[in-house]
Design a protein around this ligand. Sequence first.
Ligand SMILES: O=C(CO)COP(=O)(O)O
Length: 253
Amino acid sequence: MRKPIIAGNWKMHKTMEEAVDFAEKVKGLVPSNAQVDTVICAPFLFLDRLVKEVSGYNVKIGAQTMHYEEKGAYTGEVSPAALKGIAVSYVIIGHSERREFYNETDESVNKKVLSAFRNGLLPIVCVGESLEQWENGETNEHVGSQVKKALQGLTKEQVKDLIIAYEPIWAIGTGKSSTAEDANKVCEHIRQVIENSFSKEAADSVRIQYGGSVKPENIRTFLSQPNIDGALVGGASLDPDSFLKLLEASIND
Ligand SMILES: O=C(CO)COP(=O)(O)O
């Protein structure tokens, strides 16, 4: 049985004050760690403060990207060592917005995934197809290729631990989510790709989230699917009440 994992991706939202206010409101009300893994992926600036704020509660903090080198002359970047140094637990890698606006490629995604493990961070690896690919029936081929390339060079044990987020690009921030059945089929395909590339055990253990217009009202339909183990949530993770509702729904599955 895979434990559900609900992660909020705040993207470029909130000020420090708003971030701390959110953490204060939410931390004491999240379900137990035996029931669900809870993650908040916030802008870099808030991470140190948030880690301290939620210490001792069932909330882990994640970054939204990172560089793959441990250090170096990369102006404006943040290293995995710096994230680990402030006790960040997770890092989103290869979000479609990073791929679209910041030239993230399958190659850089792979370097970052390997680097996350070298540095003791758990990657949430994002994959997903465009509307055009979806309409042309190319989803499985595209997503399968992204998964294979992202995970190249990992051990079976590492694959068991990581998180994959399947986010159809056309469903992100549009209010138009994939149907749970369609999303489940793609997640099943992802598991098959992992079984072929690694092992059946890795495919059975890896947790796959769905992302794209997930809301408290629809999250149960996704989580009730056999191959979907959680959600990566943008807009609906910003409000404390809404985030708590997502968590509650995940344990009532
Ligand atoms: O991109 C997403 C999470 O990473 C999804 O965003 P929305 O939940 O706002 O559609």
